[in-house]
Design a protein around this ligand. Structure first.
Ligand code: SAH
Length: 339
């Protein structure tokens, strides 16, 4: 819901200022339409339904995985595709993974989104509407900006959306912004009063290998990025998560674990090893044995390291598999087969 359009419309209609809050309270609590907002006059509900679309997004396709994960392919009003995911864990956690951009301007070699064309930055309302879509299905309590796009290249909208997430039940402490290492954004995030978490996609300690996997490393070299993360830590006193996608025979040797341990201060960083989800770029995930050996080597150096649970693999909703083109053609095939 575009809250700026809503606010303008309410004042054009001569409505008192508390109406904005009323509409938002219903929306953030998971209402499905203006019609449900029983403390608003009927005529006003009807006028709003005409003037302010209830969501800035339309859901084109929704896939349900056997583990309870739901992936939604959505489109903006101007037709840009994006994806968002709801993950439900056994311990009751309900976590959202949202997109900050349609497509991504960065070209990380292993990432499905990196292979599709960049569309544009999403607005704060388009980010919030992803979360609201799932809020209408269930209560939610965590959010990660790990969908499509680089959130720190669209930080104004990301921060505007984050300011409102607590109204949906997601506190700032349970919200994580993930970055390739976009230094100006890391510094702005550190200066912002919201206690958001920072996650850094690192993937290789060796500079040449990191540049090969993530060309952005030429612009913002890892040493400078880690210095920015350390400034973040100084300011916020919140540990930084390091994401490390495990690529078989590429970045997963015990020697490479040692190189990683050598550059990370265990008081500042926690490592999250991500089993690679194959896309169609021809890279392979590491074996479970290699992942274990890598984790053990990090722990031997005093680093805390965990292996990420994979969710939604059977619907291509897992990390780095978000590429709207693939899903929409799948959906088209499904529709075609049914007709
Ligand atoms: N641009 C930001 C936000 C995207 S987060 C960033 O890169 O951090 C997406 C996370 O999933 C990143 O850590 C990314 O490296 C990882 N990822 C990308 N492709 C993947 C794949 N195929 N399998 C597992 N993880 C992947």
């Amino acid at each position: 819901m575009d809250l700026e359009l809503l606010s303008r419309t309410l004042s054009e209609l001569g409505e008192p200022s508390y109406r904005l809050r009323q509409v938002w309270e219903w929306t953030a609590a998971g209402a499905g339409s203006y019609a449900e907002m029983s403390n608003l006059p009927r005529a006003l509900r009807e006028a709003l339904a005409q003037a302010v679309p209830f969501s800035t997004l339309t859901v084109e396709h929704e896939a349900h995985a056997s583990d309870g994960t739901i992936k939604a392919l959505m489109r903006t009003a101007d037709g840009r595709p994006l994806e968002a995911v709801l993950m439900r864990y056994r311990d009751g956690r309900r976590s959202l993974c949202v997109s900050s951009q349609s497509g991504c301007p960065l070209t990380c070699r292993f990432c499905a989104t990196g292979q599709m064309r960049f569309g544009r930055n999403l607005t704060a309302w388009e980010i919030l509407d992803q979360a609201l879509h799932f809020r209408r299905i269930t209560e939610v309590d965590h959010c990660v900006f790990m969908g499509m796009g680089e959130p720190l290249m669209n930080l104004d909208s990301v921060l505007e959306a984050c300011r409102r997430l607590p109204d949906l039940g997601i506190t700032h402490r349970r919200t994580a912004v993930s970055t390739v290492g976009w230094i100006p954004g890391i510094d702005r995030l550190a200066a912002d009063p919201m206690p958001l978490r920072l996650a850094l996609s690192l993937h290789a300690a060796n500079p040449a290998l990191r540049s090969e996997l993530m060309p952005v490393n030429d612009r913002y070299p890892l040493g400078d990025v880690l210095a920015a993360c350390e400034r973040f830590y100084e300011r916020k006193r919140r540990m930084v998560f390091v994401e490390y996608v495990m690529l078989g025979g590429v970045n997963d040797s015990v020697g490479q674990a040692r190189e990683l341990a050598a550059i990370l201060d265990p008081r500042i960083y926690k490592v999250n090893l991500i089993p690679y989800n194959p896309t169609d770029v021809g890279m392979q995930g590491s074996t479970p044995r290699a992942i274990d050996a890598f984790r053990e080597e990090l722990e031997r150096h005093g680093l805390s390291a965990t292996v990420r649970l994979t969710r939604g693999r059977d619907i291509a909703a897992a990390c780095g598999q978000l590429a709207a083109g693939a899903l929409s053609s799948e959906a088209a095939i499904a529709v075609g087969a049914g007709s």
